[in-house]
Design a protein. Structure first.
Lengths: 688, 688
């Protein structure tokens, strides 16, 4: 079945509603871009005050256009937008782009207007891109559509780019002649009232002209839906995301810019890592990585050979390998023998191979050919600083000519003339990199995509859970008995405890040593309130401590209802296993160093609770405490299966129970006998 | 007194020994650069086979030049280098640059030749730059000397750049027309046989034409001397360092490139932080920061206002503030009132201020003027993405015209034509930034320099120490008694312990519980060898444990001499205070999380042992454990004075005793009663 997005990206006909005859106005400039780039379909302009603009016929109304319109671009003033949308729907146009701004991003009145428009769209079979966006591009020669304000002429590639910010789109288009970024398709989605990143993910995955999907996003409209595509293994193309709004100030700025509530960056980072989605730190990294996927084979491993005519830049390249999970390849003895015949005796045949400034095109080509043949090499980075005596172009083109299944990434630091020359004369026009630090980032990203995630043991929502009902207490915490019941149901290793009044404590037979904890509806952060005392050894001590606690709490006006006593266990490690619900991505799970200093130790890792077995292993291994408990310095590993089960079972709990917003096992205590117990279960949070 | 470096950078006359008439040879191209840039002094070429080259007279020998030569540039083949240097010395030339390569960087024979040359220099009053370097530049209009291979014509600035790598120098020069980097002075120091970063630091500090000092370095020749300039408060200009060879692979590559042994990157990072030297992560950051110092006033604080016509790029800017220790300024109500009169009602008068794509030059100028007047704002970042309807140049120049003591950093994302236009037409030619992420790095670096380090309580080498003599045991560890004596002398809070044979243990009266440790010359990592048993409660347990230890060690063929017993203390925190000697920077000190998992916790900080009181506070506060022990979650701080004394006294010890290479107090134990004891002193290491 044809997707409506085919009408967006491959329209046979476009109309621009609000085309203008006034140069420098958006309505004029967008029309000019369409004309200048040479759109291959039919273009109808709607403007009641003109007969033609830039040689295209103007129609007074939408209905007066005498042929079918696939794609409508609407730039009328905002008071005419609703009417225009209705007319387009009447015209049976399904693909609508609303450029006009002044909606949700401007406050409440705008948000209301946006809602009304969305309702009109939802009641039809049309879709809406925008409002507050800057257009669409398909650079394919058979389409040649640049319907944006920026009249640049993008070169054709197979990269698709969706930008939530029009300005980021404009900045990228402004820079095309310098950055050599090539497009397959580009779309600016603005406020994402209707069409959002999820629609485009689905479309571009199926679109044969797209090989790499890139996003600039400031929010995820429906993160749980976004990750569902990956959970269901429907996405086979590389996806790269640059996320604006990472820090608390940035998130605040993004949310006032887009009107959307943001997830914390730790959540976004966890999600992208978990599902093999590549995160770019800036535009440079994003488009370099996209070029990496478009122009180069993916390496089979992480061993990199570096060849250069210039010590310093090669060292800067080598410095970037480690932090990008790459290794400097150990060249084979045969390779070194072969290299010795080419490399100047004062150069180096070790990695990085140094041809010295005198290294010429033939030497560069021969050395690169030898390096890609070495079994110990997965990828080559060739770094060339243009010296006066060797012209850059023959060096670069010689290396571009090498046929190999291994990628060769070229860094070039030439005189400025080179770039024009390369664009004009290169046969391959393969992407080059400008900074010695660039390729390592790209290789790391290619490998991240290569290392496909397995689905083994993926946690799914369990319908049978309906047998087990939580009490309905919206906005409340569960009481300790409910917590215990829930933990037992999910086989969480909680320590056996009892709850008593002070009178009962007096009567009971108790096995010392014990821990005493205050219980009360308002007593959440027990440690901060001094509501926990460890290692009480006698009955008289226990009663004295309990009495003091009652006194202390009453002096703070906090009601202390009862006491909880647990056996006192000798701690070797304190872990944390926690779960919470993110507003966009849904159920999340945490693991790491626990105890009362958890925020200060900052040694926790997060994932979506839709975990696989592999995810659980990765979580444990990516924390410091996770490495330590598995045995370092000659120690034995603790029983790691118990930790894994705790993570898995808690994940299952939060996936099953949409009414739980937060629950922490902290500490999950490892005793000196390597036994594992959850000592304190932070009560499951408010229901929705 | 005139410095010899005045003859390097301000020579009245130059001779090029090895000038060539063959285009594309180094000897020709360097001569061409000198001519083309318009050197204002006299130029003599030495070449016995030519009468003139590029219009300059050639002399057959150095001695035949009939006037004094201030600066000699030597590019003869390496077999003629020694003779040439001798002739120059005979000619009384003091400033010599040896371009020729093939010395230490190529192996042992080269290193020998370099040593011979260095001896010739040392026996004269001449200095030598190089070998294996690429020349020198002084861009001052009164000098106009470009004596490098790269015939670019640098614009004049007040930044001085010293590059250990010729290729990095060449790459920077190649890029000048695109990056708009301006020079005061540039020098490529190559192998640094004689002249090195220390000489240039001293010279540039005093040179009136230099305001910012930048380095690309792969090693510090004499780090202790380098930091001495800072300890002695002799450096008042900003110093920026880009260090190649950060990772283990990079350090290896750098050391094979330069033949120098590298300090670990943790050491380099600690030193640069401690002495307010700015570390750049790449060339872009280094030169952006240099431009920051040259072109902008330093902000008084870290509160940044952002103004933009483009939401997305502003968000990317805001995202970079936090990690660069900057805050988004809270604009005053008066500012917002004033902004409301200028900003479009659908834009934003909150920070980031959004003028929307229609924002024109007058609005940008007015908003920036208002922002710099706000008391809550220390610096402004103005981000402009060029839309079709507003030309960039008037916007940028309008803002450049603002007179203020607060800096305004402009990010511009224009069509490529803009840059040429700006270079040609801008009156101020103030530096602009290309990426929204750039200015935050620069502001952070300006502030790092601004926050001058105080010298209060600086540790100095103490001569009176000679009263206290360590046993002379080169390459050996001290025995426990010697360690105890040393620790007592330096008032380190060591736990009282006793050393006994197993027979003596049997006889002694002992206060239990105790810790038992194996003692022997080869027993260093006690825990790994299971040579430590904690919390022994009875005499019979003690003897049993000791007997088992003797048995276990003898089965491993390790001689166990005696046993050490200490009171068993109840641990609340385990700290580490350690000291070691770096091959370049000398005595270093460490603080952080201790205990046996110290490497896995990775929570330690280093500094040069020439500490100030402020340094000690910073060390404690920059570790997680340092924050925790000062009281979090309602806990009391431990007695932090004891920790500070331990750091200070151990620093004094390693500063005084050059014969100590390494000593660790690990763990420095904080008991549950908040008492602090050094339980295990890792024996001071081999003497030199």
């Amino acid at each position: 079945m044809e997707s409506v997005f085919d009408q967006y990206f491959y329209p046979d006909s476009i109309c621009i509603v609000g085309a203008s005859s006034k140069p420098k106005s958006l309505g004029y400039e967008l029309t000019k871009s369409v004309k200048q780039y040479g759109y291959t379909g039919d273009l109808a302009l709607v403007n009641p005050k003109a007969d033609e603009i830039l040689g295209f016929k103007c129609y007074p109304t939408i209905s007066s256009i005498d042929y079918r319109i696939d794609l409508a671009i609407v730039m009328v003033p905002k008071q005419f937008v609703e009417e225009t949308i209705k007319e387009l729907i009447a015209k049976k146009t399904q693909a609508i782009i609303l450029i006009t701004a002044g909606f949700k991003e401007t406050g409440e009145a705008g948000a209301e207007a946006e809602k009304r428009i969305l309702q009109i769209i939802r009641d039809s079979n049309a879709r809406l891109v925008g409002p507050n966006c800057m257009g669409i591009i398909n650079a394919l020669p058979s389409v040649k559509m640049n319907a944006t304000f920026v009249a640049e002429e993008p070169k054709t590639g197979s990269m698709a780019f969706c930008s939530q910010s029009g300005a980021i789109g404009a900045a990228v288009l402004n820079s095309l002649r310098e950055t050599d970024i090539r497009f397959g398709q580009f779309i600016s989605v603005g406020n994402k009232a209707d069409v959002n990143e999820n629609d485009l993910l689905e479309y571009w995955q199926d679109c044969k002209d797209v090989s790499v999907i890139t996003y600039y996003l400031e929010s995820f409209v429906d993160g749980e839906k976004f990750i569902k595509y990956f959970i269901d293994d429907r996405i086979t193309k590389p996806v790269i995301v640059l996320k604006g709004g990472r820090t608390s100030s940035g998130i605040k700025a993004a949310s006032s810019h887009t009107g959307a509530l943001g997830s914390s960056d730790k959540v976004v980072d966890a999600i992208l890592t978990q599902f093999g989605i590549i995160r770019a730190d800036d535009l440079n990294d994003m488009f370099n990585t996209a070029k990496g996927f478009e122009d180069f084979p993916t390496p089979k491993g992480n061993r990199v050979a570096v060849v250069t005519n210039a010590g310093g830049p090669a060292i800067l390249t080598v410095d970037t390998l480690e932090k990008n999970n790459l290794a400097l390849a150990e060249l084979s003895p045969e390779t070194k023998v072969k290299l010795k015949e080419i490399v100047h005796p004062e150069g180096s045949v070790n990695n990085p191979v140094d041809l010295l400034p005198g290294g010429i095109a033939e030497q560069f080509k021969a050395v690169n050919e030898i390096l890609v043949q070495d079994e110990n090499v997965d990828a080559v980075i060739s770094v060339f600083v243009e010296p006066i005596m060797v012209k850059a172009l023959p060096v670069i083109e010689g290396i571009n000519d090498i046929k190999s299944e291994k990628p060769i990434f070229q860094v070039v630091m030439p005189l400025p003339e080179f770039w024009q020359e390369y664009r004009a004369e290169s046969k391959t026009k393969r992407s080059l990199f400008r900074r010695p630090e660039d390729p390592a980032v790209v290789i790391n990203n290619l490998l991240k995509f290569q290392n496909k995630k397995s689905n083994t043991g993926r946690i799914k929502s369990d319908e049978s859970v309906n047998d087990f009902k939580l009490n309905e207490k919206p906005g409340k915490f569960l009481n300790p008995n409910e917590v215990a019941e829930l933990c037992n149901h999910y086989k969480l290793p909680i320590v056996k405890d009892e709850i008593h009044s002070i009178q009962e404590l007096n009567k009971r037979e108790i096995h010392f040593p014990v821990v005493l904890k205050a219980v009360g509806e308002k007593i959440i952060h027990k440690t901060d309130l001094k509501g926990v005392v460890l290692n009480i050894k006698t009955k008289s001590d226990l009663i004295k401590t309990a009495e003091k606690m009652i006194w202390d709490f009453s002096s703070k006006n906090i009601q202390l209802d009862k006491f909880l006593i647990q056996p006192y266990l000798k701690t070797k490690f304190e872990l944390l296993v926690g779960a919470f619900r993110d507003p966009s991505f849904g159920p999340m799970i945490m693991f790491g160093s626990g105890g009362k200093y958890v925020e200060y130790l900052d040694d926790t890792v997060m994932r979506s609770a839709y975990l696989t077995e592999n995810d659980i292993d990765e979580m444990i291994n990516s924390t410091k405490v996770g490495k330590i408990i598995q045995g370092v310095r000659g120690e034995e590993s603790i029983d790691i299966k118990v930790v894994k089960s705790a993570i898995k079972n808690l994940a299952q709990m939060i996936v099953n129970h949409k009414e739980i917003t937060e629950v922490d096992l902290n500490p999950l205590l490892v005793t000196s006998e390597n036994k594992i117990f959850a000592v304190d279960v932070f009560p499951p949070g408010p229901k929705i």
